[in-house]
Design a protein around this ligand. Structure first.
Ligand SMILES: [Zn+2]
Length: 386
């Protein structure tokens, strides 16, 4: 992983590079940022840069033997630690074949989708219904690995992905080595919920805050990567809201269709077109879960944009030109602030329940009637722009 493969965040990259050049890098770093931000990729890029044999001023070379191995996540001085179910930990202790299986699964997972979260990891391995953690056994193997000399003469790096999953015994095992690590040894912890970390761990790390991507960074990245058209990127970037994982998922959805679908759905709810509402619910159910969630996210986005429109903050609106008319009419002719707020809550709750596997047809039918109730409520619609 190179710094150049991460879109944007130039300020973070150069801060890290400067710290290396000035010898100011702390031996335990906590890369933390929101989901879908380059928390993991930034840590991997720094690891690659540190051990590169011919580093360029702003990045690793990407060509030397070390970079090649880092690129495949098989560098012998790069040790990984990540949450696994209890049973896999047992296998780890016994040194059984399962350890290699889960490590190669980890490499596939990171290389194919470096912006993924723990749920994706669970899904990737079929770990559903299992309790994940980073065990004392795993912590012990780290210490053991660090007691050996560096294989290639560079930095020995331990990357702990989601240290929130360290159980107390494992954390206690690591405290001493975190405090006084062997020479040329670095700990990179990567997480999105630092508030869940044990304070004993937290206090021994230097924080590297990774911000979310900007809309522009996401847009450039997905267009330059040939993942979608510039027009689609205009719609995807604001919906992804800085989360590249979300952006990748949305690319697979047809977003421009979603705004039109949302518009028609709102009309059917307002007109209390029962037959249509049921047909809509059937249509929603036929989509996969990501598609259903994407539609709700589009709806939430329309509501957010409507609020901006009503607050005369047009300059903050991110709706592409093609959908402006609808949002503007919706905001000014059909909405009040209370109605917007109520709809926002309804869609948000529906999104929450979908995430937890509610039945889509029942959920969308109920939701449609609740929306109809809000839309048809008698409230004086004052156009704030008159
Ligand atoms: Zn290199």
């Amino acid at each position: 992983m190179l710094f150049s493969s991460i879109p944007g965040l130039e300020e973070t990259k150069s801060r890290l590079i400067q710290a290396v050049k000035n010898n100011h890098l702390a031996h335990a770093l906590l890369f933390h940022g929101p989901e879908g931000a380059p928390n993991l990729t930034m840590a991997l890029a720094l690891a690659t840069f540190l051990n590169c044999e011919n580093p360029e001023p702003e990045d690793a070379c990407g060509k030397c033997a070390s970079c090649q191995k880092m690129g495949k996540l098989i560098h012998p001085d790069l040790n990984f630690c990540f949450p696994v179910p209890g049973a896999a930990n047992e296998a780890e202790k016994e040194g059984a074949g399962k350890k290699t299986d889960v490590l190669s699964s980890w490499r596939d997972f990171v290389l194919s989708s470096p912006y993924s979260n723990v749920h994706d990891w669970i899904y990737h391995n079929g770990f559903e219904k299992k309790q994940l953690n980073i065990s004392k056994g795993a912590a012990r193997s780290i210490i053991q690995a660090l007691s050996l000399k560096s294989f290639e003469g560079g930095f020995k790096i331990v990357l702990i992905w989601n240290p929130e999953y360290l159980n107390i015994a494992a954390a206690n095992t690591l405290l001493k080595i975190l405090e006084e690590p062997p020479e040329k040894t670095l700990f990179f912890m990567v997480c999105s919920q630092p508030e869940q970390l044990l304070t004993t761990i937290l206090s021994r790390t230097q924080k590297v805050l990774i911000r979310a991507f900007t809309d522009q960074e996401i847009k450039d990245h997905i267009v330059e990567g040939g993942l979608c058209t510039a027009q689609a990127a205009d719609q995807i970037a604001p919906l992804a809201d800085g989360n590249l994982r979300e952006a990748y998922r949305l690319i697979e959805q047809v977003v421009d269709e979603n705004t039109a679908k949302f518009r028609d759905w709102m009309r059917n709810c307002f007109g209390l077109e029962i037959v249509q509402i049921i047909a809509d619910a059937d249509g929603f159910q036929a989509k996969d879960k990501e598609g259903q969630k994407a539609l709700l996210l589009t709806g939430l986005n329309v509501l957010r944009e409507s609020l901006l429109k009503r607050s005369q903050l047009d300059q903050l609106m991110r709706t592409p030109a093609s959908d402006r008319m609808f949002v503007s009419d919706f905001a000014l002719k059909a909405m009040t602030e209370t109605k917007l707020f109520d709809l926002y809550q309804l869609l948000n709750e529906a999104h929450y329940h979908l995430e937890r596997n509610a039945n889509a047809k029942i959920l969308f039918t109920d939701l449609s009637f609740s929306i109809a109730k809000v839309l048809r409520r008698k409230e004086e619609v004052l156009n704030p722009q008159n």
